[in-house]
Structures are given as C-alpha cells and as structure tokens.
Design a protein. Structure first.
Length: 529
C-alpha cells in the first residue's frame, strides 16, 4: 500500500506541475519534504538494494536510448573530463574539506562522503535540460556526463569504503578496481549489445519485443555486476547501441516501445524525486550527536564546496585543452564563458547519491564498532541533494534567459528536415516506379496515385511549416492542419460509435476501426509536429 501511495501521489503531483512554471522535480521534492512530516504518512526508507539494481538501470536505459551516440562521440573529451575527471576531483576536494571541517570525522569517512556527493544525477540533468531548452552541445555534455559518472562515483565509493571499514585499500588497488569496473562494464555491454539487437530484430511479435526491451537494462546491469564490473556502463553501452540502430526494428515495436518507456520513465522519475523529499524525517531522526547549529553549518559548507569545486574544474577542463592543442583550436569553435558557467551551475545531485549513502554499513569491519559519522554523512548527502536541486534547479532557467545563450534555430532545423525529406521522397519515388514497372506489382492507377500523393504530402508538409501564421486565428499551418485532421477523425469516430450502439457493427470491428483512426491521427500529429 505505501508503494502504491508513493507512485500515485508522485504521478499526480508531476502531472499538476505541467500546468505550473515550476519544474516537476522541484515540486516533487518540495511535496516530499512536506509530506514526510504529515501524520499518517508512512516512513519511506530509501533501500539501495532496490534503487541501484532496479530503479537506476531503466532510468539510464531510457536516457541513453534518447541520447545521440554520434553527438556523444563528438563531445567525448568534455564528457570524459566531467564524468571521470570531475567526479574524482570532487571526491578528493569535498572529502578533504569535510575532514578539515568536521571534528572526529576520519579522512576515509570524509572521502566516502566525497564519493557519495560527487556525481551529478542523470535523472535531474535530463529533466532540467528538457525543461529549460539548453543549447544542443551543452545538453549533450550534461547528458553524457550523467550517464557515465555514476560508474566513476560508485567505484570511488567502494575504494574509500574498503579503507574506512578496515579492509585495506591502496592506490594501486583502487586504480585496478576502477579499471576493472570501467573496462569490464564496457566489455559486457559490447558483448551483449549485438545478440540483444539481433533478437530484437528477429522477434516478430511487438509484445514480445517490448517485453525484451523492459528486461534489457536489468540483464545488462546484473551481468556486469556478476563480474564485479560497472553495471552502469554496461547499461549505457547497450542502450546507446540499441538507440543508434532503432531504425532496424519494425514500426509497431517502435510505436509501442516509445509509449511504454515514456510511461516507465515518468513513473520512476516522479517517484524518485518524491522519495528524495520523503527522506527528511528518516535522515534527521538518525542525526544524533550532530544535531543543532553545527550540523547546519556543516551542511552549508559542504554544499558550497560541492558547487565551487565544479566551477574550479569546469573552466580549466573547457579552456586548457584549447591552449595546449592547436588541432583542437582549428577543429572547434572558441567557447565563451557562458556555456561553461551553465554546465558548472547545472550540477544537480539526485537519488543515486542518496542510494549510495544509505548503502554505507552501520558497523566497521568485524561488526562491533559503529561506522564513524554515518548519520552525518547521510544528513550531508541529503542536504547537498536538496540544496542543488532547489537552489540550482530554481535559478537555472532564469540564468539561461539572462545569459541569452544561443538556442536551437527552429528555422534552420526545419530547413534541414525539409531537405532530408525531399531526398528521401525522391528515393521512394524512384523505388515506386521500379516496383510498378514489374507486372507482379501491378496496381490500379487510383491506388498508385494514392501512394504518390502520400509521398507528396510528406514532402510538402515540412516545407509548409516554414510559412506564415494565419492572420485571423494566429495559428501556424501546423496547428490548422492538426486541428482540421482531428475534427475530421472525431466526426468519423462518433459515427463508428453510433453504429456500434445501433448494433450495425460489433465491438471487435469498432476497435479495429478506432485503431486505424488512432494511427491516422498519430501520423497527422507527427507530420505537423
């Protein structure tokens, strides 16, 4: 019952957020904070054994399949510098700062805290990037970073934790574990992606294909973890490959898959952000000896160090390679200070940091002595996550507007789409002429003309989007076309229902006719959109 309440409540709040200027993640976190102290609301303790293997893989899979492999490859250097370099840098900087600030906190315990709060969250970055309409290059860098940095942070956490609980850890061992996780995760992904894609293209039932699609992230994650490799990287590698080759899967599967994964991502993202807010009562209750002004000071200090360390890393990572390499200067445009500023400010933390923090054992090696500062680490992780989501999440949209970053050029994108559609239509016309010249493909002329008109309509629809708005209604050509199509289809739909009610057709025939109209309405919407 508590799980149903969490999912239903978070989905309702996320849906309501779409009618407000407030981003859904922030409203969900705020609602979670409020409801955590409402009498009768169950105590939701974030279980890392559920979040890491069951929630993180589908969210990463959904984000990676929506990402562009080619764009990520073009931005490989900044993505690698952020997802690996920055996470390790933040681990040491935040850890050293916490060690200096908090009396009694060991260096290894402080480094555990540093690794926990180091990675910006994939869910938060994707949600904010979609909402504020960041330039494509910045969006690619943030998404690429958030897809990979969890693997770096989890590995750094394991190394720091091994030292903290007394299992011993050396620099050589830490580097070896990092390489095993990174190389092993990528290797598992490379091994799995081809047979999984082959199976997807050879299954003929869309329901079976979509069932497989839902299982893929869990299979990739579990397979990598069996070899002590990074399940995160395995999921990302497989998802990027499948997204890049999605055109080879039949259309029915793509239609269903798109709807299924949108629903899964919506439910999980909504629940995750609500769950973050609901941790307040759990975290504060266990704070113990650190209650009061000292804990608040530590929280503010760690938050400031987390934010400042990102600025300290991002600007050199963006500009130093240009100073050191003439090839980079020739190949890439000179960035302004604005893009790195947005990248630095967009480092929101999320549920992965909390899940890792909750996985810290309660006792040291041997099980007798409690883990020093565990409750404080949980509290500082929570305040850092909330601070970055609220402070940076709220201020990021106005910051982007104030900086006036050049966004996407809709006119140029529409022109490129029109040119691509024109080339594709010409190829389709040539292929149609070849097929119709064969006697085995003979069609009555009206049907052959219908095929040609479909091509012509697709080709012209994109060019028409470059036209002016209607001076009377203010509608664009797209809006008018979509509205008229829906009105016509609605009229047909009403007649079909009346015929069913009058027993002229049965329900099975009604469903067939309605599905045909649904596909036509979807096609009309896609052409206009």
């Amino acid at each position: 019952m508590p799980l149903l309440l969490l999912v239903a409540g978070s989905a309702a709040i996320a849906a309501a957020a779409r009618r407000t200027p407030v981003p859904a993640p922030l409203l969900l976190v705020a609602a979670g904070l409020v409801f955590s102290y409402v009498p009768g609301v169950p105590e939701y303790t974030l279980d890392p054994d559920i979040v890491l293997p069951l929630v993180l893989p589908p969210l990463l899979h959904s984000a990676a399949t929506d990402s562009s492999y080619l764009d990520l490859r073009a931005q490989l250097r900044p993505v690698a510098l952020l997802s690996v370099g920055y996470v390790l840098f933040a681990t040491f900087v935040v850890g050293w700062a916490a060690y200096q600030l908090v009396p009694g906190l060991s260096l290894t315990g402080a480094l555990v805290l540093g690794a926990v709060v180091a990675p910006p969250d994939a869910v938060a970055a994707t949600a904010v990037a979609r909402r504020v309409g960041l330039p494509s290059r910045i969006t690619t860098i943030l998404q690429g970073e958030s897809l990979v940095n969890d693997a770096t942070a989890i590995t750094a956490y394991r190394v720091a934790l091994a030292a903290a609980i007394g299992e011993g850890a050396s620099w050589a061992g830490g580097i070896g574990e990092f390489l095993l996780a990174a190389v092993g995760g990528v290797a598992v992904g490379l091994v799995l992606m081809v047979p999984i894609h082959w199976l997807r293209t050879h299954l003929k039932e869309p329901l079976l294909q979509n069932t497989l699609s839902l299982l893929i992230p869990f299979v990739a994650y579990a397979a990598a973890e069996q070899f002590h490799a990074s399940g995160v990287l395995a999921v990302v590698v497989v998802a990027l490959f499948l997204g890049h080759r999605a055109w080879e899967v039949d259309f029915a599967t793509r239609l269903q898959e798109d709807a299924v994964w949108k629903m899964v991502a919506f439910v999980l993202e909504s629940s995750v952000f609500a769950l973050i807010g609901l941790q307040l009562r759990v975290v504060v209750k266990g704070l113990g000896e650190y209650e009061g002004g000292d804990a608040a000071w530590y929280a503010v200090a760690v938050f400031l160090v987390v934010v400042a360390s990102r600025f300290v890393w991002v600007y050199p990572a963006m500009f130093l390679p240009r100073l050191l390499s003439a090839r980079i200067r020739e190949r890439e445009e000179n960035p302004t200070w604005k893009g790195p500023f947005v990248i630095a400010w967009a480092g929101m933390r999320g549920v992965v940091s909390l899940a890792i923090a909750f996985s810290i054992p309660e006792t040291l090696h041997g099980g007798e002595e409690p883990f020093p500062g565990r409750n404080l680490i949980l509290f500082l992780t929570f305040t850092t996550v909330i601070g970055t989501l609220v402070v940076q999440g709220v201020t990021l949209p106005p910051l982007i507007r104030m900086l006036r970053l050049p966004g996407r050029d809709p006119q140029a994108e529409t022109l490129a789409e029109a040119n691509a559609q024109a080339q594709a239509s010409r190829a389709a016309e040539r292929r149609l002429d070849e097929l119709l010249s064969d006697e085995r493909n003979a069609l009555p002329e009206p049907l052959a003309d219908r095929l040609r008109r479909v091509l012509e309509r697709r080709r012209n629809a994109v060019w028409e989007r470059l036209g002016q708005v209607n001076p009377i209604t203010g509608e664009t050509v797209d809006d008018t076309y979509r509205r008229l199509s829906r009105e016509m289809i609605s009229a047909e739909r009403e007649i079909f229902v009346k015929l069913r009610d009058g027993r002229y057709i049965d329900d099975e025939m009604l469903r067939t006719l309605l599905r045909r109209l649904d596909l036509e309405e979807a096609a009309a919407y896609r052409e206009a959109a």
